[in-house]
Design a protein around this ligand. Structure first.
Ligand SMILES: Cc1ncc(COP(=O)(O)O)c(C=O)c1O
Length: 387
């Protein structure tokens, strides 16, 4: 049997990982500035995370949501305290798309409406409704097409006001990433998020904060939407929540009432996933990783700004992007193959940095040195070619 070939792969097999480093099958070490796509929050194979999972595995890995699972309550309590959303309710599932799917569906159950507002360059996942609110026609199959979604320009307050004025009473929910990830590290303006809050209040729509990539401390606050000082009605979470163990969830405001059978999942909230998620929160708290993300993120952005050629450096905490001019188009590849550094990208010309929240100053300095050298080499190579 062959693998279904949907991923453009780098020809590297990673077989070991620790903290902010990974190693390939030949023992070559790489600095991970990509965090396996923003997933590695507390660092690869953190010893506390490994212990917690191993201990849980010896007790019980899984039983279905037909019985009380005390570790779910433990997780909810800890998550409420660390996120500052103690009055919210937690529903657990398995992936980011599933979290968004449940959030959009719950909003529709709550207000009985069908219409959704999403934004240009949004990415919310690949399942039916999540992909329908994703601004990328090439991944929307005919069966996922729907008239229920309106895409408005990101950060355009006039367009949002106008849309609500015309259709406000039909809108079920507004879904927005606090910082667009796949779209290229675009920060939602504070005033834009505040306007969404006001309009949702006025028209009875549900404000969904997709925090799958930008949440869980990555931006230097627990949720990136917190920078705007607003509370969403539903927060969706995944990537950093399990540090690589598949676990996701939604936080639901107290105004939204549950009903038996409304949402459900077989695997969501299993004991092993909850142990992994608790370990992540314990390390985030113990090692003050949200503050680390904030301070080291600012330091990293300052260093990037001193490098000639990189454009439009932007981000919050350890969710950072910059544009690469055409003459440096091979920078990402060069960093990976010649300098052994993983970075992320966004089409057409953005490099995304999504490292572990435990990234150190020394690792940042190493990265910056390599980045400068890589740029110099590309420039030298192009001079030689043109000579
Ligand atoms: C903002 C955002 N939402 C949702 C998703 C989908 O998450 P998953 O791949 O876990 O389904 C992603 C994945 O990249 C994402 O970045």
């Amino acid at each position: 049997m062959t693998l279904f070939d949907v991923y453009p792969l780098n020809n590297i097999a990673i077989t070991k990982a620790s903290g902010s480093y990974v190693w390939d099958e030949n023992g070559v070490q790489y600095l991970d500035m990509y965090g396996g796509h923003a997933v590695i929050s507390i660092g690869h194979t953190h010893p506390h995370w490994v212990d917690r999972i191993e201990n849980q595995l010896e007790k019980i890995a899984f039983y279905s949501n037909s019985v009380i699972i005390p570790i779910q309550k433990e997780l909810a309590t800890k998550l409420g305290r660390l996120s500052g959303k103690e009055s919210y309710q937690l529903f657990l599932c398995n992936s980011g798309a599933e979290a968004n799917e449940n959030a959009l569906k719950l909003a529709s159950f709550h207000n009985g409406r069908k219409k959704i507002v999403a934004f240009s360059k949004a990415f919310h996942g690949r399942t039916s409704l999540a992909v329908a609110v994703t601004d990328n026609p090439s991944i929307i199959a005919p069966v996922n097409e729907t008239d229920n979604v309106a895409f408005l320009p990101f950060n355009d307050e006039a367009a949002l006001k106008d849309h609500f004025a015309k259709h406000g009473n039909e809108i079920s929910s507004v879904i927005i990433e606090g910082i667009q990830g796949v779209g290229g590290i675009n920060i939602a303006n504070d005033s834009f998020l505040q306007l969404i809050r006001e309009l949702c209040n006025e028209y009875g729509a549900v404000f969904i904060a997709d925090s799958v990539q930008c949440g869980y401390g990555r931006s230097g606050k627990f949720f990136s939407h917190d920078h705007a000082g607003v509370d969403a009605d539903i927060y969706t979470m995944a990537k950093g929540m399990g540090n690589g163990f598949p676990v996701a969830g939604i936080l639901i405001a107290p105004s939204i009432q549950s009903k038996h059978g409304m949402l459900g999942t077989t695997f969501g909230g299993n004991q092993l996933a909850c142990a992994a998620a608790l370990a992540v929160l314990e390390v985030i708290e113990e090692e003050k990783l949200i503050n680390n993300a904030k301070e080291n993120g600012e330091y990293l952005m300052d260093q990037l700004r001193s490098i000639e050629g990189l454009q439009n450096i932007r981000g919050r905490g350890l969710m950072i992007g910059f544009d690469v001019p055409p003459e440096l188009k091979d920078l990402k590849k060069k960093l990976l193959f010649d300098f052994k550094i993983f970075t992320g990208e966004a089409k057409p010309n953005v490099i995304r940095l999504l490292p572990s929240l435990a990234l150190t100053r020394r690792q940042i300095d190493d990265f910056i040195d390599s980045l400068e050298e890589a740029i110099e080499e590309i420039r030298d190579e192009s001079l030689t070619q043109n000579a």
